[in-house]
Design a binder for this molecule. Structure first.
Ligand code: B12
Ligand code: SF4
Length: 531
C-alpha cells in the first residue's frame, strides 16, 4: 500500500522524530511504499529556539561542525537554527503543498504522530486530507493519542488511533486495511470506530526493545541533522537506548501513559548495547554524524548491579564503533563517581537534568519531585568535577506558584551553577494530574469540540503560560520569564525581600504558603493518592 506519513511540526524545531521514523521504518520493512509530508522547514523559523534565544537561555552559533559547507557563511553568524533553512510559507500555502503531495502520491492510508502542542495544526492538515478524499483511512499515534485516546478518537478526521507503542499495531492494522478486512477487534492497543461509535481493544505486552528495527531516515530532510549545541552547529543523530521512567511527576505525559498501560508489563526497558550501537554505527557511517543525542527519558536509570554489566558492554562497543561526543538526560539520583567515570571515558559532554523549581515545597507538593536542593547541588558539583557540561531545566507557571518561588529558582540556579539552563512553562497536557487539577480549579479554559474535549484552549510550553494563577499575573510571569537569565547573572537584582533566604531552606516555607497554593497542593494530593 501507499502510506503517507505527516509530521505536523507546528514550531519548526529540527530533529527527526524518532517515534514516527520508527513507525515509517516498520511499515517499509513490511513492504509498504512510504511518502512523507513534513511541515518543519516550511515554516518561518524554529519558534521554540527563537524564544529561548530571546530569553538568553541558549547562545548563538560561533562555529560549525557539519560535513558539507554549503551553508557555511550564513551558518557562521546564525543564532539557533539558521533562518535560511526555512521557507516561510503561510498556513494556507502549507495546506496547498499538502494537497499537491496528496494528488501526486495518492496514498491509500495516512499516518500521523501527534503531541498536544501540534494537535490543532495536525487537525487542519487532516482537514485537507479528508477534503481531498474522505475515505482515506487516517491512523494517529504518539504522546497525546496515547495519553487521551478516548478524547482523540472522537475527532471525525481520525479513523484509527494507536495507544502506546505503535510498531506491531500499525503493521497488523495496515495489513487488515490492505486485505479489506474489518477484523479490527483482533488488533490490541487499537481504538477505532464502528458506526461512528468508539471501540477499543485489550492491551498487548510492551515490546522487547531489541525488536525495534534500525531507523530508516532516507525520506527525511537532511536539515533535521543540524543542531546547535553550546555555540557549535553539529551534524547530529538522535537515538534511543531505553524507554520508560520510574517517576510520577504530575506534569508528565509519560507517567500518564505508563499508568494507562499498566497491563502491558514492565514499562522500563533497555536495548542491548551491541544492537543500539549497531544502529548508531550504521547512521554514523551513512550520514557522517559528528555528534549523538540520546532521547531516553533517563539514560542512566538502572540498578548498580545492572550498571556494572551494562557499562562494560557499552564502553567497549561505543569506543570501538562510535567514539563521538554525546548528550544524555538523566536524573540526579543516578549521578555518582561510577556513572560519571563511564560517561567521561566514553565522550559524554553534556547532561540535561530536571531541576524544575527552586522552592522545595512547590517541587515536592505540586510537581511530586522529591529531590532536595542540597542533593541537586552535590550532583551538579560532581558532574562539573568530571568536566561534563550541565543543563538545568527549570519550569515556571506552576499552579500555586508565587513570585517568591520564581526567585527561589533563580537562587537555586545561582547556587548549583549549571553550565547552562533552560526555562519552560508548565503546559497542562491532557491526561496529567496537573491538567486534572487546573481543570477542577477552573485555572484553564478548555475546548468542547469532539476530539478536543477537556483540552486546554491554548496549550503552550514556551510561548506563554496557559495556567491562570491568583498569586501572580500572566503579564508578570511573562516579564519574569524574559528577565530570568538577567536575575541569574546578577544584571538585575533579586528584590530585597526575597534575597535573604538560601534555596537550601526552601522546605520550611510550606508553613507560610497562602491559601491558593494550599488548595492546589490539596487537589494534587487527592488526585495522586493510589487508588
Ligand atoms: C525527542 C523529543 C522531542 C524531539 C522530537 C519530537 C518528536 N515528535 O518526537 C524534539 C526536540 C523535536 C521535540 C519537540 C517537541 N516536543 Co518533545 N519530546 C521528545 C522526547 C524527549 C522523546 C521522544 C521520543 O523520541 N521518544 C521515543 C519514541 C520511540 O517514542 P514515541 O515518540 O512516543 O513514539 C512511539 C509511540 O508514541 C508511537 N507513535 C508515535 N508516533 C506515532 C504515529 C503513528 C501513526 C503510530 C501508529 C504510532 C506512533 O509509536 C512509537 C514507537 O513505539 C519526549 C519524551 C518522551 N519520552 O516521549 C518529548 C515529548 C514528546 N515532547 C513534548 C513536547 C511538548 C514537545 C514540543 C511541543 C516542545 C516545544 N514547545 O518545542 C515540541 C513539539 C515538536 C513536534 N512537532 O513534535 C512532550 C509532549 C507532551 C504532549 N502531551 O503533547 C513530550 C512527551 C515531553 C513531555 N514529557 O512533556 N521533542
Ligand atoms: S522524570 Fe521526566 S520522564 Fe520521568 S515522570 Fe518526571 S518528567 Fe516524566
Amino acid at each position: 500500500m501507499k502510506i503517507l506519513a505527516i509530521y505536523p511540526n507546528a514550531n519548526g524545531s529540527g530533529r527527526i522524530p524518532t517515534g514516527l521514523a520508527i513507525i515509517m521504518t516498520v511499515l517499509q520493512n513490511a513492504g509498504h511504499e512510504l511518502g512523507l509530508f513534513d511541515t518543519t522547514f516550511l515554516q518561518e523559523s524554529n519558534s521554540d529556539d527563537d524564544t529561548r534565544i530571546r530569553a538568553n537561555f541558549v547562545k548563538g552559533v560561533e562555529s560549525i561542525l557539519v560535513p558539507d559547507s554549503a551553508l557555511s557563511s550564513e551558518l557562521s553568524t546564525c543564532d539557533g537554527m539558521p533562518a535560511i533553512m526555512y521557507e516561510s510559507l503561510s498556513e494556507e500555502e502549507i495546506c496547498e503543498r499538502l494537497l499537491a503531495k496528496l494528488k501526486q502520491f495518492n496514498p491509500d492510508v495516512v499516518i500521523m504522530s501527534i503531541v498536544e502542542d501540534n494537535y490543532k495544526w495536525a487537525d487542519s492538515l487532516l482537514h485537507v486530507v479528508k477534503t481531498y478524499n474522505s475515505s482515506i483511512p487516517v491512523i494517529v499515534g504518539g504522546p497525546t493519542p496515547s495519553a487521551a485516546p478516548d478524547v482523540l478518537i472522537e475527532n471525525p478526521r481520525i479513523d484509527f488511533l494507536v495507544q502506546g507503542e505503535g510498531e506491531e499495531v500499525v503493521v497488523e492494522l495496515c495489513d487488515l486495511i490492505e486485505r479489506n478486512s474489518g477484523a479490527f477487534e483482533s488488533v490490541r492497543n487499537l481504538w477505532y470506530k464502528v458506526n461512528g461509535q468508539a471501540c477499543n481493544n485489550t492491551l498487548r505486552q510492551f515490546l522487547d526493545m531489541d525488536a525495534v528495527p534500525v531507523q530508516n531516515v532516507e525520506l527525511w530532510d537532511r536539515r533535521h541533522f543540524y543542531k546547535p549545541y553550546d555555540g557549535v552547529l553539529y551534524w547530529t543523530g538522535y537515538f534511543e537506548m531505553s524507554r520508560g521512567c520510574p517517576y510520577q511527576c504530575t506534569y508528565c505525559v509519560n507517567h500518564t501513559i505508563k499508568r494507562s498501560l499498566k497491563a502491558s508489563g514492565n514499562y522500563f526497558r533497555r536495548k542491548s548495547p551491541r544492537l543500539a550501537i549497531e544502529e548508531i554505527k550504521y547512521h554514523k557511517d551513512k550520514y557522517d554524524l559528528k555528534r549523538i543525542i540520546f532521547c531516553d527519558d533517563n539514560f542512566l536509570l538502572m540498578s548498580e548491579q545492572k550498571f556494572i554489566q551494562w557499562s562494560e558492554e557499552f564502553k567497549d562497543a561505543w569506543m570501538t564503533e562510535i567514539n563521538l561526543p554525546y548528550w544524555i538526560a538523566t536524573s540526579v539520583e543516578f549521578i555518582n563517581p561510577r556513572t560519571l567515570q563511564l560517561l567521561v571515558d566514553t565522550g559524554c559532554d553534556g547532561i540535561g537534568l530536571g531541576v524544575e523549581a527552586g522552592g522545595e515545597w512547590l517541587r515536592q507538593n505540586i510537581l511530586k519531585r522529591r529531590q532536595a536542593n542540597k542533593y541537586m547541588k552535590n550532583a551538579f558539583d560532581m558532574i562539573h568535577d568530571y568536566g561534563i557540561r550541565t543543563t538545568a531545566n527549570i519550569m515556571m507557571g506552576i499552579p500555586g506558584e508565587c513570585e517568591e518561588d520564581i526567585f527561589e529558582s533563580v537562587k537555586l540556579i545561582q547556587y548549583i551553577q549549571p553550565k547552562s539552563f533552560s526555562v519552560s512553562l508548565v503546559a497542562p497536557y491532557i491526561g496529567t494530574e496537573i491538567h486534572r487539577a487546573v481543570v477542577k480549579l477552573g485555572l484553564i479554559d478548555v475546548l468542547d469540540k469532539p476530539g478536543f474535549k477537556g483540552m486546554s484552549t491554548d496549550v503552550s510550553f514556551r510561548q506563554h503560560s496557559t495556567i491562570r494563577n491568583s498569586n501572580i499575573t500572566l503579564e508578570r510571569l511573562a516579564e519574569l520569564y524574559d528577565s530570568f537569565s538577567d536575575y541569574v547573572s546578577g544584571k538585575l537584582q533579586i528584590p530585597e525581600k526575597y534575597r535573604e533566604r538560601l534555596p537550601l531552606q526552601g522546605d520550611r516555607r510550606g508553613k507560610d504558603r497562602n491559601e491558593a497554593s494550599l488548595i492546589v497542593a490539596d487537589t494534587i494530593n487527592r488526585l495522586t493518592k493510589p487508588e
